[in-house]
Design a protein around this ligand. Structure first.
Ligand SMILES: C[S@@+](CC[C@H](N)C(=O)[O-])C[C@H]1O[C@@H](n2cnc3c(N)ncnc32)[C@H](O)[C@@H]1O
Length: 334
């Protein structure tokens, strides 16, 4: 076995949280937020606990102790039991995939773009990615989440040991409070300074499946429409239908074939990867017989594992792009 991951003794421990003020803010999150909003802290915990591969020094601050400790315990158990997939690995792969594609997209635009993160949660890329230094970043999430992010940052200023972590790397950062189920989300983006004519990278990371079908399609259509105005790149993860059974209350939108859907909306170029594909592996799967490799070996139309009948839950990482005057090519259905 190729043991590229730290063992259960050596997995990097989460650092403990900064101050009483930060702890109190996280108590509010735990007591007052629903599970959809709390998912913002869970993904931050994933980035914090995979810090040997994901560089996100603010992730612990935004995750909070509850999620850090519970994920750390799961990871230690997985490593001790030699589990084929270590908890949080999907998040680590997803983060690295989005970052490499974002960097490439911004570079293809000559180093300057607008970057819109929908369902931004506790994302900190505007503080840490050098590739964004000429770019204007827009983050959108529920009002409570955007407000809490500001408040946590303020509270951290007093206690953080390396204040440079709190300075912006991006050219600018604008936070927009909006519920994307409401039709006015795009109007709010425009009112916040977003310029439709400027080259734009849209990041929909861990968000689209939380939306009901019609709203999710509306969001994708709005982004696709921008391909007619300017150079546009969409980076998004999609659940297949079986994945939405993991939370019947929170997950709604799915697509088994996003690479077929997106061209019908107006994107000209669509690439789809699955976790474990060569561009979505990052050497993080220590066991070749992991679930993701097993899934990749099955046709995408397979709904249940032939071995044990369990649902084939897939997460698709999708890059789509378009620009004025480009023709739309549709992938064949093979
Ligand atoms: C799983 S988290 C992902 C956060 C971030 N993109 C990341 O990868 O760390 C999902 C985020 O989507 C946000 N979200 C879900 N539904 C939303 C809606 N209708 N409007 C705005 N934000 C929403 C949640 O508040 C949460 O921050």
């Amino acid at each position: 076995m190729n043991d590229t991951l730290p063992d259960h003794h050596n997995w990097p421990k989460p650092g403990m949280l900064y101050s009483e003020a930060v702890r109190e803010l996280h108590a509010t999150i735990e007591n007052d937020w629903d599970s959809v909003k709390q998912s913002a802290c869970q993904t931050a915990a994933g980035r914090a606990l995979w810090k040997h591969v994901v560089h996100d020094p603010l992730a612990e601050l935004f995750a909070g102790e509850k999620y850090l400790i519970s994920l750390y315990e799961k990871i230690k158990k997985d490593r001790l039991n030699n589990a084929r997939e270590v908890s949080g690995v999907i998040l680590a792969v997803r983060t690295l995939w989005f970052e490499s594609k974002l960097e490439a997209a911004v570079k293809s635009f000559g180093g300057a773009a607008q970057v819109v993160l929908l369902g931004a949660g506790m994302d900190t890329r505007a503080y840490r990615l050098e590739c964004l230094k000429e770019s204007d970043v827009y983050e959108m999430d529920f009002p409570e989440v955007m407000q809490m992010k500001d408040t946590l940052l303020q509270a951290a200023i007093e206690s953080i040991t390396e204040p440079s972590q709190l300075s912006l790397t991006a050219k600018s950062l604008t936070r927009i409070a909006a519920d994307m189920k409401d039709e006015d989300w795009f109007k709010k983006l425009l009112e916040s300074g977003f310029i439709p004519e400027k080259n734009t990278v849209w990041i929909l990371e861990g968000i689209i499946y939380y939306l009901p079908h019609s709203q999710a399609m509306g969001v994708l259509k709005t982004i696709a429409d921008s391909c007619r105005i300017t150079q546009t790149v969409l980076l998004a993860d999609f659940m297949n239908k079986q994945s939405t059974t993991l939370s019947t209350t929170n997950f709604h939108f799915y697509s088994d074939w996003p690479d077929h859907l997106l061209p019908t909306l107006g994107f000209s170029d669509v690439n789809l990867s699955q976790i474990g594909d060569p561009d979505a592996d990052y050497g993080l799967f220590h066991d070749p017989h992991n679930l993701f490799n097993k899934l990749r070996g099955l046709p995408r139309s397979t709904q249940n594992h032939p071995d044990d009948g369990t649902p084939c839950c897939r997460l698709y990482l999708v890059q789509a792009s378009g620009s004025p005057n480009q023709t739309v090519t549709r992938p064949d259905s093979s």
